[in-house]
Design a protein around this ligand. Structure first.
Ligand code: FES
Length: 580
């Protein structure tokens, strides 16, 4: 594959603002010059937007101002004009009701900012979970040349001489406090130890999964996923990305050139190999929807089903992102998949070359962290897509994070009508539940929560935990943190809040989970299900107006990416007339 390059030099879209002698051209240039920009910078060179999700309210991205300066160095070196701008930053750790509610808002912000401003290409500065898909979605809907620079993961957490994984340890310690294995004082002491440096979660959670997806899709330079945030090589990568985007503009190498069906297939298989987050399912479906690639939930099962998980990282395994980087990072995984015929080596990347060229020199430096394919962590990684009368439009489970003995299970449902009901009753010693039951949580999907919160890995009841039980089958229309684990069925669609069958499950019903057969079955007669659905009434929409109302009115199901109906597709880079 060779990328057909555009003619250069040629007039760029930024010249519509800066390249002439009209009153409007003078107006646009003059105001920009208040930043001390010399006149010769408006000579038709590529104007590069640096789209930054930096925010002190998004701690995982709090170092991105500094990293953006490194990008600027590269842009200057290559003869471009860098202009940094902020967009809404959906930070995972603090936003309420859930950061996912704001992914589409951020994507809208990115799209409109790119189209309305005089930029010819963009560097997408991302890190925390939702920032990567949001910026990719927005950039895809404009289809200007774009390259992803991730902020990189935090250093390993360290507490009492043991490694502490972001999120994963939090869930584990929280359960240990409930079961009496850990004191609250211990838990508080561990708090600072979990987050020792700038960067995103150091597990193979959603941030690391999406950084891996960006690289596997071909939208980031090779090595982007794993370099720690504080490693000097992260700064080098940022500078190189700054140089590269200038050439991408000259070549007019766009997201639609890179994000082909082959690129998505590569990403899905890579997610299986790294033991990536279930959130990647929703995000890749949404990104595909923006570039017009027909990607479905079933593609996830079909393509990822036989991919072994070979990266031994928490939450599926033992190590953290630092070790992944030292072992060679994602290029090693991509090369292993390529050598096994599981990766399309002809797929184009933002480098202008092919994926095969990008990973040709990758070498595995630690086969405990990145295992060979014949000695995997889990023989069948990937995401399993379940169907049945409980999930007509599908549900997902991550087998590598589940308990093997629970992958086939029949149990009595214990139903929580919503997250408040769950919180009110889960600690009740009289709750009629044991480890053979199936916990069911409703009304936590895109419309139901709203925003589809990461509550699907709901904690077990204390009375079960105290008996040493670590896992139970849990089913919901929610998502789960990429750092979490357990036999957790997620994204059940249609969601309860729109009348999916999940809405009519009652405590005492029997539920069958059969992951090998990809089946999720409510053992209730069809006529009874139909009768209950007839009686079902939708929950009230969120009170008030504003963005919450927009979200509730337009968000689609998890099985198609939970994008807004009116945001799907590419609307291009053309902008309306100048109003001055
Ligand atoms: Fe931001 Fe995990 S909370 S990356």
């Amino acid at each position: 594959m060779t990328f057909r390059k555009a003619d250069w030099p040629r007039r760029l879209r930024s010249a519509e603002w800066f390249g002439g002698t009209s009153r409007d051209n003078i107006y646009h240039r003059s105001w920009m010059k208040n930043q001390g920009l010399p006149a010769d910078l408006f000579d038709g060179r590529p104007v590069i937007g640096i789209c930054n999700t930096w925010s002190e309210l998004t701690p995982c991205n709090a170092h991105l101002r500094d990293l953006a300066e490194r990008v600027k160095r590269g842009v200057w070196e290559a003869g471009g004009l860098p202009l940094e701008f902020p967009v809404f930053s959906p930070g995972e750790s603090s936003l309420r009701p859930t950061a996912m509610m704001y992914r589409n808002l951020c994507a809208m912000d990115v799209e409109e900012a790119l189209r309305a401003n005089p930029v010819d290409g963009v560097v997408l500065m991302v890190g925390c979970d939702k920032t990567t898909p949001a910026l990719l979605m927005g950039a895809c809907s404009v289809d200007l040349p774009a390259i992803v620079v991730s902020g990189g993961p935090m250093l390993n957490g360290k507490w009492r001489n043991t490694d502490v994984g972001s999120g994963t340890a939090l869930w584990q310690m929280s359960e240990m406090v409930k079961s009496g294995e850990l004191t609250t004082a211990d838990f508080l002491e561990a708090e600072q130890s979990m987050s020792r440096s700038p960067g995103s979660c150091n597990t193979m959670g959603t941030a690391s999964s999406m950084a891996s997806m960006a690289e596997a899709l071909g939208m980031a330079l090779s090595g982007n996923a794993a370099i720690p945030a504080v490693d000097s090589r992260r700064r080098v990568l940022a500078q190189l990305a700054g140089r590269r985007i200038v050439d991408m503009v000259k070549d007019d190498l766009k997201p639609s050139d890179v994000l082909t069906p082959a690129a998505f297939a590569n990403a899905i298989r890579t997610n299986g190999a790294v033991g990536g987050s279930t959130n990647a399912v929703v995000h890749l479906l949404a990104i595909a929807g923006r570039v017009g690639v027909e990607l479905t939930l079933d593609d996830w099962d079909r393509l990822g089903r036989d991919v072994p998980t070979i990266v031994d990282l928490m939450p599926s395994g033992r190590f953290l992102m630092e070790e992944f980087f030292y072992a060679g990072g994602l290029p090693v995984v991509l090369k292993a998949l390529l050598d096994a015929g599981l990766l399309d080596g002809d797929a184009l990347t933002v480098s202008g070359g092919t994926m095969a060229q990008e990973v040709a020199g990758a070498q595995n430096r630690n086969e405990e962290v990145i295992r060979p394919l014949h000695r995997p962590l889990t023989p069948q990684g990937g995401i399993a897509v379940l169907r049945g009368n409980l999930a007509p439009n599908g549900a997902v489970i991550k087998p590598s994070a589940a308990t093997p003995e629970l992958m086939r299970h029949r149990g009595r449902a214990v139903v929580f009508e919503d997250i408040d009901d769950y919180k009110a009753r889960i600690n009740d010693p009289d709750l009629d539940i044991d480890e053979t039951c199936v916990m069911v949580l409703k009304n936590c999907g895109p419309k139901g929560y709203p925003g589809m919160a990461e509550v699907g890995n709901m904690g077990l009841p204390p009375k079960v935990l105290r008996r040493g039980v670590k896992d139970m089958v849990r089913i919901s229309d929610a998502r789960m943190s990429g750092t979490a684990y357990g036999t957790v069925v997620l994204h059940t669609a249609p969601e309860a809040a729109v009348g999916g069958p999940l809405a009519i499950v009652r405590s005492g019903d029997m539920i069958e989970l059969d992951v090998p057969a990809r089946r999720l079955h409510l053992d209730v007669p069809d006529a009874e299900i139909a009768r209950r659905l007839e009686d079902w009434r939708p929950p009230a929409a969120p009170a008030g107006g504003g963005y919450a109302r927009l979200f509730h009115s337009h968000v689609e199901g998890a099985d198609t990416g939970a994008d807004f109906d009116f945001l799907k597709g590419c609307r291009g880079r053309a902008v309306g007339r100048d109003s001055h």
